[in-house]
Design a protein around this ligand. Sequence first.
Ligand SMILES: Cc1ncc(COP(=O)(O)O)c(C=O)c1O
Length: 409
Amino acid sequence: MADGQERWAHMRASMPVMRRYAYMNCGWSGPLSDAVVDAMRRRIELETWEGPVARTAMDDKAATTARLRELTARMMNADVDEIALTGNTTEGVNIAVNGVDLKPGDRVVTTTAEHGGGLIPAYWARERRGAEVSLVTVDPDDGHGAILERFDQALDDRARMVILSEITYSTGQLLPLRQITEMAHARGATVIVDGAQTAGHVPIDVRGLGIDAYAVPSHKWLCGPDGIGMLYVRRDRIADLDPVKVSMRAASLYDFEGNFAPERDKVTKFEVSTMSTPTMAGTVAALDAYLETGVQETWDRVRALCRYAEGRFDRIPGVEVASPRAEESRTGLFLFRAGNLDPVILTAYLYGDGDIVVRSVRERAAVRLSLHIYNNEADIDRTAELVERALTEGIPRSYVDAAAHGPRE
Ligand SMILES: Cc1ncc(COP(=O)(O)O)c(C=O)c1O
C-alpha cells in the first residue's frame, strides 16, 4: 500500500461518488467503492447464472460468511466464534440489551448523547422490565475526567447495565470506554457498546477492554452496504444472554415430536435465518480495504483532517466549532455552527451550490462533516468558502423552501 498522500489519493479515486461530490456524510452512510460494488456484483451474477442454491453458490456463501466473521474478529480483536451477524448496529444493541435478565429497580446507565439506537432500548427496558434509566450528561467540551466522575456517580450498586456509544454521533466525541468499562465491571454491570460510529474509524479492542457486547454496522465508516451489521459478544457472556428472536440456529436439537434443546453456547444463536450474501460479500470487500489501508493510519488521518477543519473554520468570523478540540476526544466527526444560519438550510445550500454532502444535527443545531480518508483538505476548504459566502451574502430563498421539503437529516 502506498504511503501518505498517495494512499489517500488512491482511496479517493476508488470512490465513484467523489468524482462529483465532496461526500462527507459517512457517519450517516458511507459511499461504496468500486471494489465493494464489484464484490456485490460478482455474487449477484453467481446467483443469477448458477442459481442461489447451486453447489458453487452455496460454497461461496459459506466461504463469504466465514471470511466476514474472520475479518470482523480481526478488526475488533476478538475470536471468530464471538461474532454474530445482524442487520445493523441497532439490532445488535437490542440483542444484547434484551438478552440480559433485567429486574425492576435495576439501573441502566447511558448518556445524553446517545443515538435512538441505544437510547430507545434503554427506555424499553424501563417500560418492559421496570428498570431505571440514568442519563450521564456528555458535552463535547468535557474532558474525560469530568465524564468519568459522572459515570462514577451514576454507577451505584443497582447499576446492572451500561449502554453507550464509543463515539457519539451528535457531539462527535470519543468517550473513555476503557475506564468506563473498568468502573462498570467493578460494580457488576454489563457493558454494551453502540459502535455505529467506530467501525472503520477508530481502532477497536474488545478483548483488551473486556467489553461484554459491541455492535457495529457495515454501512457507515466501513463504507460497506447497508442492511448488515456485526455483533461481538464476549465468549463467557454468550451462554447467559438469551436470544430474543430465534430460529434453528438457537436450537441445539429439535424434532417434530416436541423435543427441543436450546442452543446456549454458540454466538450464532443470535442470528435469525437467511441473510443476504451479496451484502456480506460487499462487507468483506470493505473490511479488506480498511484493514489493508491500516486501522491506526486511518484513525490518525481522519483526526488530522478534523484538526485542519478546526483551523480553517476558526478563521471564519461568526463560526463556532461544536465538536471537541481535546486530543483525547477528537475524532473524524467535525461539527460547526455558522452565525444564525439554520443548519438544515445551510446543509441544503452546501449540497445545491457546492455538491457538498454533509448533514445537520438537530440536537446540537450544528452541521456535521464526517471526514474520512477519501476526503482531503480541498473538500474542507470548499465547504468553508461556501459557508463564508452564506454568512456574507445570505442563502437564496429557494434553499429555504428546499430544506422545508427535502430530507431533514
Ligand atoms: C451512534 C449511532 N448509533 C446507532 C445508529 C444507527 O445505526 P444502524 O443503522 O446501524 O442501526 C447510528 C446512525 O447514525 C448512530 O450514529
